[in-house]
Design a protein. Sequence first.
Length: 442
Amino acid sequence: MNAIDTIYALSSGALPSGVAVIRLSGPASRTAAEALVGPIPEPRIAALRSFRDSSGTLLDRGLVLHFPGPASFTGEDCVELHLHGGRATVAAVVTCLKAMEGLRQADAGEFSRRAFQNGKLDLTAAEGLSDLIAAQTEMQRRLALEHAEGGVAALYASWSKRLTFARAMIEAELDFADEDDVPGSVSETIWSDMKVLRQELADHTQMARAGEVVRDGLKVVIAGAPNVGKSSLINYLARRELAIVTDVPGTTRDILTIDIDLDGYVVHFYDTAGLRETEELVEIEGIRRAQKAMQHADLVLWVREAGSDKDSGEFVKELTVPVIAVRSKADLADVNNVADGSFAISTRSGQGVSELLDAIKGYLPDLAGHGGLAVPSRERHREELTSCLRSIDEALQKSTAGGLEIAAEYLRQASLALGRLTGQVDIEALLDVIFSEFCVGK
């Protein structure tokens, strides 16, 4: 990959569409656009132009926008071609671009990667932009936009500034301890602030799980013995016949899943194989997968038939995740209230399902009073924040023992961890992974 190549790609999504946008970025973007449309308009002014191939044949008529670098998304010279979104029309224009010297098709996420490399985005903003494109619910959109707009980056930058100041003061004390204008000790000023910073970091890191649930969704596993109504429940939630429902035990073998939007959060529901003792090999594998799904869930709905006490719930006794007890087929048993605190539901009448969903909402993150959506949202964020916390803890410990040189080194490591979060240091190994998640035109 040559960083000075001019790249191009369709940036507006699947064809056919009413309008298609082809983006170009790089030193030859203006020259390439002029070869297609003639003189291009003034910067950031859309103008109607005719698109023609090298022989002068008219391909389409559309809008052209020019963004000279560095005042562009990538920081390079950029041009956008807005044309009709027919497959043949777009293919004709792309064929012309492909034939031009110095141009090539962009790789996945390459526009955003160039924006990052040119200082237009930090790494958390780039990740937020990727999440914004993929957002399906309101909370996902809000979280992604907070990151894309630099909300978490600004927080991390303020923490990094405080760490840098602390390190500078420690170095001053070590290097100029005999000077009158240098304080004799940094403990009362620097280390008290480091304790405050450590608590801020700890509080922020505790929100990592909440951020991951907003971004990735809440995982709810529907489990229970065969024929208790698990598949009927997931069909009711999906509003379609997703799972096969019969009177034959063991119908569900593999895990089926649906996603629903609850108060702006995405919730993944998983229908699993009925749990029982069996010698049928395929069913045994389905049960193994069901038990694994339960162990990795955020919440388990343990379903039993209303009016029946055959199931003792042995399969959920060892679980460490929250469990909601559900009594199914309440219409058949004529059950309205269950003494053991279970939710009595009927997928035929809809009885109790809305109450069950309200209970599930109680397991969704409450971000009130936690700085809004400026929270970590990926495992990578959690790991670097935890590393930063460990380094600050070590620095505080060494400071009380009089080891200022070692304490300063631990603060440097804490700064490096924050730098890796935003992409300022030591992140080359991450770039291919992160930007490969983007679509080609972004």
